[in-house]
Ligand binder design. Structure first.
Ligand SMILES: [Zn+2]
Length: 405
């Protein structure tokens, strides 16, 4: 069987493990994710890797060789009603590549992160943060809205909440490569199977909260209204206008709350998320500040109160120039592109500057949806690229230059 065929069959097999009938839904500590982790551990062993679990229940397969450890990873949890490739494809490609690459002069680890999507607990990159030793013992007591405790879920995953804070990533890490579906239409548009990621975009998220005055839809004259939703609607269009006018900027209002949200009542309270992303931190900062200024102008003109709450301002994460060169050499003809989405590679960048990502074309750019789809020949190309990349890693850059630490 070809490597690509086996990878796709394994994606199908993992897709059958789910918390809900008729859809893919696999979150941290759930029986389906425990089963997926066991299944992946079995495949790692078949590929000749020595398997261990860390404190948060990540599955790590290792092949011991020379000094230094290169890491290939992605995640095996999913959103609710997910596709079958976001996460698992990167893990299964890594296992296949580890076997196909044969002997290498450095040790190799494949990591299946137990939680990237954050579907059960409000922790970003839970799996890779645990792997990197960025959690503290106190995080084990964290609960979600259902009163579920993070430490219990870790135990279900074969982890050990008492060891939260212990780094399981290799101390001699040479670098990290993550392969992931693109989750966008750029590669399909360019008619290319894979692309080399330049950077993971800077992201700003927060809430714009407008307060006006609720009132009767019939008895309140238009000029006396303080309609919070009408103000919010102006901001939504401003978010779109600014992003369209700024090269490389994406900006989105994805969620709106509205009160009292009743057909014959003027909205008195409207609040919405904003999400602003760009490859360049300064451009992103400027855009976020411009949106805040626009929201204040709207609120002032409409006699609304505005509470502008910044929640996350994450810097962009540049991929390693040296590894980008190697990936380009391993993937002739591939284009470079940015990632608008965050990935476990963000966490890996806290441990080493030698972080790289390879994107695989996905049909119509669809992800986080059951229609997620990849082509078998593209998966074959990605596999060959990873194998070539690992072989190229043998010598072109000295170890100290690679780790950059
Ligand atoms: Zn993912």
């Amino acid at each position: 069987m070809s490597g690509a065929k086996r990878i796709l069959e394994r994606c199908d097999e993992l897709a059958r493990l789910s918390e809900e009938q008729g859809m893919i839904a696999r979150w941290y500590g759930s029986p389906s994710l425990v089963a997926a982790a066991d299944t992946v551990a079995g495949w790692m062993e078949e590929a000749g890797l020595a398997v261990r679990r860390d404190a948060v229940g990540n599955v790590i397969g290792r092949r011991e060789a020379g000094a230094g450890t290169f890491v290939l990873g992605s995640h095996i949890d999913t959103v609710r009603d997910a596709g079958r490739y976001d996460g698992p494809l990167g893990v299964l490609l890594a296992i296949e590549a580890a076997e196909a690459a044969g002997e290498l002069p450095f040790s190799l680890e494949v990591v299946a992160f137990a939680d990237e999507e954050g579907g059960r607990f409000p922790v970003t990159y839970l799996g890779s943060r645990g792997w990197a030793g960025l959690l503290g013992p106190e995080d084990a007591a964290l609960t979600n809205g259902l009163g579920e405790v993070l430490g219990d879920a870790a135990r279900a995953m074969g982890g050990d909440p008492d060891a939260f804070g212990t780094r399981s990533a290799p101390e001699d890490i040479l670098g990290y490569l993550e392969t992931h579906i693109e989750q966008g239409p750029v590669l399909q548009d360019a008619d290319l199977p894979v692309g080399v990621v330049t950077a993971i975009a800077a992201q700003s998220r927060g809430i714009a909260d407008f307060r006006g005055m609720a009132g009767h839809a019939g008895n309140t004259p238009m000029h006396l209204r303080r309609d919070a939703l009408a103000g919010g609607a102006e901001l939504v269009l401003e978010v779109e206008r600014l992003a369209r006018a700024t090269d490389g900027l994406t900006a989105t209002v994805g969620w709106i709350g509205n009160e009292p949200n009743f057909g014959n009542v003027i909205p008195g309270h409207t609040w919405m998320t904003y999400d602003v992303r760009h490859q360049d931190d300064a451009t992103r900062d400027r855009a976020r500040d411009e949106l805040e200024a626009a929201a204040r102008e709207i609120a002032g003109r409409r006699r609304l109160e505005l509470d502008w709450r910044r929640r996350d301002d994450l810097p962009s994460v540049p991929m390693s120039p040296a590894l980008r060169v190697l990936l380009a050499e391993a993937a002739p003809g591939a284009i470079e592109l940015g990632s608008g989405a965050g990935h476990d590679a963000v966490t890996a960048s806290r441990l080493t500057s030698e972080v790289a990502m390879l994107f695989v074309r996905c049909k119509d750019g669809v992800s986080h949806h059951p229609d997620e789809s990849v082509r078998s020949d593209d998966v074959g190309v990605a596999l060959n690229v990873i194998v070539r990349f690992l072989r190229l890693l043998r010598d072109p850059v000295s170890q100290s230059e690679r780790t950059g630490e």
